[in-house]
Design a binder for this molecule. Structure first.
Ligand SMILES: Cc1cc2nc3c(=O)[nH]c(=O)nc-3n(C[C@H](O)[C@H](O)[C@H](O)COP(=O)(O)OP(=O)(O)OC[C@H]3O[C@@H](n4cnc5c(N)ncnc54)[C@H](O)[C@@H]3O)c2cc1C
Length: 448
């Protein structure tokens, strides 16, 4: 190992240990999202996991508690070895009152789980949470749930909801107290109001065989949204979804932000997914774009690993395509670190955000940023509500800028989101799962 690598590793261990110490419940406490018995069981048993996810998926469509209980027991009957606690629950489902009790318990469980990840049913209902986070030194970005639009009317409705959310949050945020760490970096001011947008909800025409149709249709709705964000001094972040829409999303965002009217705002960002094998080339494209059309403020790049890993793997296998994602977790983690390094060294072109709950990935980003001579204010750390709460508080307590991604919507709209979070939580390769099952801190912080 070279001397530079050596000192990076020492720094990663030091920063990681410091953050772990600052976790409110001390050390590497089991993540709260895994404290439910069903989630623990699901993490251990693939068949049970599949049954529980199918159940979570149908909950919004169930008309009665009886209906809910029938679905739950139906799915569980397909599991070869039902754990004793669930077998007992299934026995009570043989009578109508038993089914009502089981249905109520199951519905309550799913709602309880959803509320960990979703901050409110509407932007207005979420304002109190956003204000509370800000007061504790945590910035936010709001995601309006409701993905994959099928009609033009749904796309119009999503764009309208995004505009209203921007207006509501900007109005409320103007009353928040000053928080210098959250409001400024060396490129200038950072907006308080921040909304994350999904292109698949902005158009019903997003298809891999004709990316230009989806791109052009989404542009008609994203352009007014960008104008409104500029007027309100708000930030718009474009999320990245599955690979089949990536080309359209990238062309859309880079194309719009290149237009003269958006050269000086609003503040905007996009996402790079490190689980994709070709993400290094994607970053080259983005940096070349940033170099060729400098804008103020600079675009923010949120580096994540990627939320559609299972989907990309299954899709590629079904079609006999080469898998576009890394299949070994350590390869994905090493790529994440290499991209972190490149981003940190490109800060004259882009603002950098690291979206991860992995203590190693986060500590590595902080170490690399400091070694590059950057100030902490030029690195943003981002977490998901309900998954990164402890890390969020530890980062804020250490004086770092942290932003929490806050989904807003009802249970029906939230199902796809909830299932993705559950898949992540129960995967054996997940950092949070390892942390929750007591892997020693030293191992958690080891180089991938
Ligand atoms: C603020 C924020 C915004 C986000 N926005 C987006 C977004 O726009 N688009 C998006 O796709 N995701 C987004 N994500 C989700 C993000 O991709 C997942 O939270 C993340 O993948 C979990 O990674 P981790 O570093 O927290 O945990 P880790 O446990 O370190 O990593 C888990 C991830 O590793 C990858 N992985 C798992 N198993 C393997 C394997 N066998 N081989 C290779 N790779 C594997 C997967 O990507 C998996 O999600 C966002 C996350 C945050 C925090």
């Amino acid at each position: 190992m070279s001397t530079v690598q050596d000192s990076t590793e020492q720094e990663v261990r030091r920063i990681g240990a410091e953050l772990a110490d600052a976790f409110p419940s001390a050390g590497h406490s089991p993540m709260r999202a895994l404290d439910s018995r069903a989630m623990e069981l699901a993490a251990r048993d693939r068949e049970l996991k599949a049954a529980l996810f199918r159940f979570v998926d149908v909950v919004p469509a169930c008309r009665s508690l009886d209906d809910l209980a029938r679905h739950l027991t139906g799915f569980l009957e397909e599991v070869p070895e039902t754990p004793p606690s669930l077998a007992a629950a299934m026995r009570i489902a043989h009578t109508r009152p038993g089914r009502a009790a089981l249905g109520a318990a199951a519905a309550g469980g799913v709602k309880h789980m959803a509320h960990r990840f979703i901050v409110g049913e509407s932007p207005a209902a979420a304002l109190e949470v956003l204000r509370g986070l800000w007061k504790r030194g945590v910035a936010s970005t709001v995601d309006l749930l409701g993905e994959a639009t099928v009609t033009e009317a749904e796309a119009d409705n999503y764009a309208r909801r995004c505009t209203e959310a921007l207006e509501e949050i900007a109005r409320e945020a103007a009353r928040w107290p000053e928080r210098p760490v959250l409001e400024r970096d060396s490129a200038g001011r950072l907006p308080r109001a921040n909304v994350s947008v999904k292109v698949s909800a902005l158009t019903p025409l997003l298809r891999p065989d004709a990316p230009e149709r989806g791109r052009d249709d989404a542009a008609c709705r994203l352009r007014p949204l960008l104008r409104r964000a500029r007027e309100l001094d708000a930030h718009i972040h474009i999320d990245m979804e599955s690979l089949d829409s990536r080309e359209a999303v990238l062309e859309l965002v880079l194309g719009l932000l290149r237009e003269d009217e958006f050269r000086e705002g609003p503040s905007a960002g996009l996402v790079l997914q490190a689980y994709l094998r070709d993400s290094p080339e994607q970053l080259t494209t983005i940096l070349e774009w940033a170099r060729s059309c400098p804008r103020t403020p600079p675009v923010q790049i949120r580096l994540v690993k990627g939320a559609y890993w299972d989907h990309e793997l299954v899709e590629a296998r079904q079609h006999g395509w080469p898998t576009p994602v890394f299949e070994v977790k350590a390869d994905c983690d090493r790529n994440f670190e290499a991209l972190t390094r490149r981003l940190v060294h490109a800060r004259e072109l882009v603002r950098v955000a690291i979206g991860s709950h992995n203590l190693r990935s986060v500590a590595h980003a902080i170490a690399v940023s400091r070694q590059a001579g950057g100030s902490d204010q030029d690195l943003e750390l981002q977490v998901l509500r309900g998954l990164g709460d402890e890390l969020q508080d530890a980062l804020a307590a250490s004086g770092l800028r942290v932003r929490t991604y806050c989904p807003v919507g009802d249970l029906v709209a939230g199902m796809a989101y909830l299932v993705r979070r559950l898949l992540e939580n129960t995967s054996n390769d997940s950092f949070l799962h390892e942390q929750a099952t007591g892997t020693p801190l030293e191992e958690l912080l080891a180089a991938p």
